[in-house]
Write a protein that binds this ligand. Structure first.
Ligand code: ADP
Ligand code: MG
Length: 608
């Protein structure tokens, strides 16, 4: 699904060596003529095919465990494009520099590989199965966590396969193969006694044959002297196409009837929708996960807050804008406060579960204007449903007017980062800000303007899960409107506002993009205060003179470039959230390997 080479005009996808040579011949065989193709054997790997002196040279480009790409013995590069650019200037061990790209003919699409759709489907199956997600929630989960998911799948996918039987003896494997019909090619994979190594058992002529699956130092799997693969499931798929030394091709899976007994690497953390499991008796005790596999980072989908509590059809039936007071327990604990009143912790009793909530309680002495404001905020929140936006549960009119929301227990992003500077890696901040961009892309698409996007209004569910909150100033734009025109001046967060917001009171998603830039600056300076000592009006002249805030010390250069683009003076020339999210995503995917090096599993792998 993530193919970083797609955009390269000399990338052909999954073509064979001889097809590659054919293309190079047709293009004239000049010295330094080259093309890039996909490598079948390694996930994310390529082959660079190059001409020199009328001969062909094929260099495998491997994707390293840390996410970089390199030709054996060469320097690492962050992507295939960067790698090719490097070798166009410096041969560095190749027969010659890359001189002329052999362009893919316009009528020829990038050829997709055997594993491409398989991998994509597997990702979907995995997300569906593990978190019980469907539709839009599944898409959001995949976009926001693709690197982590790919890695999880690469190492654990075989455990979910029907042909995988876990740790059973050779005799038990034979018993299972013989227990029903025994066509040629019926097979299973089992774990051998020594943990981490596998064996393949396959039927042929009513006899069971056993093969050890080799696992080399670099982590690749193969048959003895056969093609090497990154994962066991790829090897199995390959052996369905080519025998690679086996007595027969693999055909029918000997289905593991006992699979429920094998604990998958990622347990079914929680079931939703039809497979809904009620929470434990103690209210509020259901927040944390039952168990996470050792060393795995928490993913947003592990939290209850990833999907709406009303995603369960039984709960949806009961949904009303105003909720009953007796179903709400208000705690004395204050999470925050404002001039409207205070935000308190609480628990809401739904039909089949209790959920932790944050309750915005309106001070009773407040005048009507403040009450109206809260009603407007509720009206906006009511229309939104996205994993990266704090959802409203309902309104409650009792001793006070109360706006009941999903709880984001780790609090505002700025405070979190300033108090945990040493524990939060820059890549982690990238991950969180990418999630904010996903939430903002959703708002932009729905034609809402937030108007108060700032690190203080990004709340964290946990260290790896952010949600946009505080819709107190937000507006829904009409279908034909590009912006909202404020008639009265309010208490505006001027340092977060784009020039057109301040000067002409025009608010659009482009204005939110400017605020996103400021929010990024706050995040990458770990909760720093923007435009430090300047007053509002000073900031305006500072910007008008073409100045922008400096790059925070730990902010990566590409992120600072994006930040500055968010601060494009003219809103017409500023990127939209569609573009901002895409750039965040690209950068995030390119660095996220480092995020997952926090996991124990990586520490045990040999360094490369
Ligand atoms: P204001 O308009 O006063 O800024 P906010 O909606 O930002 O109101 O809420 C104020 C504070 O209350 C937040 O900074 C945060 O600490 C806390 N808070 C608000 N909503 C939540 C929530 N859903 N989960 C946890 N804390 C919250
Ligand atoms: Mg706020």
């Amino acid at each position: 699904m993530i193919e970083p080479a797609t955009e390269l005009p000399f990338f052909y996808g999954s073509i064979s060596r001889s097809e590659a040579e054919q293309h190079l011949k047709l293009a004239g065989m000049s010295d330094g003529l080259f093309l890039l193709r996909q490598c079948l054997r390694s996930l994310g790997g390529y082959v660079l095919s190059l001409v020199w002196n009328l001969e062909f040279y094929h260099y495998p480009v491997e994707k390293q465990l840390n996410g970089t790409y390199c030709i054996s013995g060469g320097k690492p590069h962050c992507g295939p494009a960067e790698l090719c650019e490097f070798y166009s200037k410096d041969a560095d061990g190749l027969v010659c520099t890359l001189r002329k790209p052999c362009l893919r003919p316009a009528d020829q699409a990038v050829k997709s590989g055997v594993f491409d759709s398989l991998r994509d489907n597997m990702l979907r199956e995995y997300v569906r199965h593990t978190w019980n997600l469907e539709g839009e929630a599944m898409e959001q989960a995949i976009i926001s966590q693709a690197p982590q998911l790919e890695k999880l799948i690469a190492t654990t996918a075989h455990e979910k396969m029907p042909w995988y039987h876990g740790k059973i003896s050779r005799t038990e494997g034979e018993r299972r193969l013989y227990s029903a019909s025994q066509p040629d090619g019926k097979f299973l994979v089992r774990e051998r006694d020594e943990s981490g190594t596998f064996a393949l058992s396959v039927m042929y002529g009513k006899t069971a044959y056993h093969y050890r699956i080799l696992h080399d130092k670099s982590g690749k799997y193969s048959m003895p002297e056969g093609t090497k693969f990154d994962t066991v499931w790829q090897l199995v798929e390959y052996l369905k196409m080519k025998p690679d030394g086996l007595v027969t091709l693999l055909r029918e899976a000997c289905v593991n009837q006992h699979s429920a007994n094998h604990t998958p690497a990622v347990p079914l953390v929680r079931a939703r929708g039809n497979g809904y499991t009620p929470p434990p008796e103690v209210p509020g005790a259901c927040k944390t996960l039952t168990s996470l596999p050792a060393g795995r980072q928490t993913l947003p989908m592990d939290s209850d807050e990833f999907v709406s509590p009303y995603a369960d059809p039984k709960e949806l039936q009961e949904k009303t804008l105003f909720i009953k007071r007796e179903k709400l327990m208000v705690d004395e604990v204050e999470l925050g406060s404002g001039n409207f009143g205070s935000v308190k912790k609480g628990v809401y009793k739904m039909k089949s579960k209790h959920i932790d909530v944050a309750i915005k309680v309106l001070k009773s002495e407040n005048e009507k204007a403040v009450r109206d404001e809260m009603m407007r905020e509720a009206d906006i929140m009511h229309q939104l449903d996205n994993p990266y936006i704090v959802r409203m549960i309902g309104l409650c009119q009792a001793e006070a007017l109360m706006l009941v929301m999903e709880m984001a227990p780790a609090g505002p992003l700025n405070k979190f980062l300033s108090s945990k500077k040493d524990q939060v890696a820059v890549e982690n901040v990238v991950e969180l800000m990418h999630q904010v961009s996903l939430g903002m892309k959703y708002l932009e698409e729905k034609n809402f303007v937030h108007r108060d996007l700032a690190a203080r209004n990004v709340l964290l569910v946990n260290q790896h899960y952010a949600k946009i909150s505080d819709f107190g100033l937000s507006k829904a734009l009409g279908a034909d409107d590009n912006y909202y025109k404020a008639r009265t001046l309010g208490k505006w967060p001027l340092k977060w506002y784009a020039p057109e917001c301040i000067n002409f009171h025009k608010f659009s998603s482009k204005g939110d993009v400017w605020s996103f830039g400021i929010t990024m600056w706050e995040a990458f300076s770990y909760g720093g205060k923007p435009y430090k000592k300047m007053k509002g009006p000073e900031v305006i002249s500072f910007l008008q003179a073409g100045n922008r805030m400096d790059r925070p010390a730990s902010c990566p250069e590409p992120i600072y470039e994006l930040m500055k683009d968010c601060w494009t003076y003219k809103y017409e020339e500023r990127p939209s959230f569609v573009q901002v999210e895409e750039r965040m995503r690209t950068y995030y995917y390119s660095t996220s390997k480092k995020v997952s090096t926090e996991t124990k599993e990586d520490e045990e792998k040999p360094a490369d």
